[in-house]
Design a binder for this molecule. Structure first.
Ligand code: SF4
Length: 351
């Protein structure tokens, strides 16, 4: 629907840097949908006639691309659609509603239509338009809150403040659309860590999103914040301090019935995964346990996770998993004092 990000200024994000934002004409998008539908029908005919998918004639690279999209969608069961790019809700509500109705008419069995939206964009959409989008079939929105601390948001140039985050989140939920909100522990650095955790917990508690998704601050190449860190201008926290901030955030969620999924490989704690409030203890216990470990054990777990030798805290008690991490630490000269520098290097390779 759009190409790239219309904001493109967040300092921790490298995704669309150097790319230009543009909106695609809605007629082009509708034609894309029709083309995918055409190839899905062709795939179905081929199947009914016992022909292989490769029997479908493709004359141009564009047809090949549409066939690939259709084949992926078809083989995945055609249950969900994601509208891209970074902030599709920036298009005119009437165009969004037109597209949603078209999708639902062509693919009536799709269970979920999802998109990303920026809080400032959503806050400007009228309640009536948001409800109309929900009625047309939009049923999940992901918002990158990242923080609800105004000082952090200004520092990382998020282009939204706490009030806009809350207004946007409540608007999405008020329309009956499922809402995912993202939090990045450590985004405020050491100096703003406490406000970052508490303000974000307060905003999440006001919104009560369906999902709270945790994202580890990765500092990818090309992100301005990575350059600030390299120049010594960002007081990035290590694993232990970041875990303490995450605990503070989670402990301060009030009246929240969100699901907190473990859904990203860079997150330190696989066990931080469950439904609030019933899983509160299950979610908090691993972080508290980690923070109570001696420094050497914290190092073994953090490096075990980051080198994919360990998955859970209990793996520290498994000699078959622990011994290779201890050997790796001896060979690399890892200590509790230098482990965060080593982890930065590992994360860079991984990103
Ligand atoms: S984090 Fe999202 S809004 Fe910010 S620049 Fe990246 S894609 Fe755009």
């Amino acid at each position: 629907m759009t190409r790239n990000c219309p904001w493109n200024q967040c300092t921790f994000c490298s995704l669309y840097k150097g790319e230009t934002f543009s909106r695609r004409p809605i007629e082009d998008v509708l034609r894309d949908v029709d083309t995918v539908k055409y190839y899905i029908d062709e795939l179905q005919h081929a199947k009914n006639e016992g022909r292989p998918p490769s029997s479908i004639v493709l004359r141009t690279p564009e047809e090949e691309q549409a066939w690939c999209a259709a084949a992926n969608f078809y083989s995945g069961g055609m249950r969900s659609i994601f509208l891209q790019d970074a902030n599709s809700l920036i298009i005119k509500p009437e165009d969004m509603i037109r597209l949603l109705r078209h999708l639902r008419a062509l693919f009536p069995n799709v269970e979920r239509v999802t998109t990303y939206g920026r809080s400032n964009t959503i806050a400007r959409i009228s309640d009536e338009d948001m409800v109309a989008m929900a009625e047309a079939g939009l049923n999940r929105v992901h918002i990158g809150m990242e923080s609800a601390c105004d000082a952090v948001l200004a520092r990382v140039k998020k282009g939204a403040d706490k009030a806009a985050h809350i207004a946007a989140g409540l608007k999405v939920k008020g329309a009956g659309i499922q809402l995912s909100e993202y939090y990045i522990p450590g985004l405020g650095g050491r100096r703003l860590s406490r406000e970052h955790a508490l303000d974000t917990a307060e905003a999440m508690s006001r919104i009560n999103p369906d999902y709270i998704r945790l994202r580890t601050l990765g500092l990818p190449a090309g992100a301005p914040l990575s350059e600030e860190y390299r120049r010594g201008e960002f007081d990035k926290m290590g694993e232990v301090e970041t875990a303490a901030e995450l605990l503070l955030f989670l402990e301060n969620l009030e009246g929240v019935t969100s699901h907190i999924p473990y859904d990203h490989v860079l997150n330190l704690f696989q066990e931080v995964d469950g439904q609030l409030p019933e899983d509160r203890k299950k979610i908090l216990t691993p972080i508290r346990s980690f923070l109570h470990l001696p420094a050497h054990e914290q190092m073994l777990f953090a490096l075990g996770r980051r080198t994919h030798r360990m998955a859970r805290l209990a793996d520290l008690d498994n000699p078959a998993l622990r011994e290779p991490v201890e050997r790796w630490c001896r060979e690399t000269g890892a200590t509790p004092e230098n482990m965060d520098g080593l982890i930065d290097g590992i994360m860079q390779q991984f990103i």
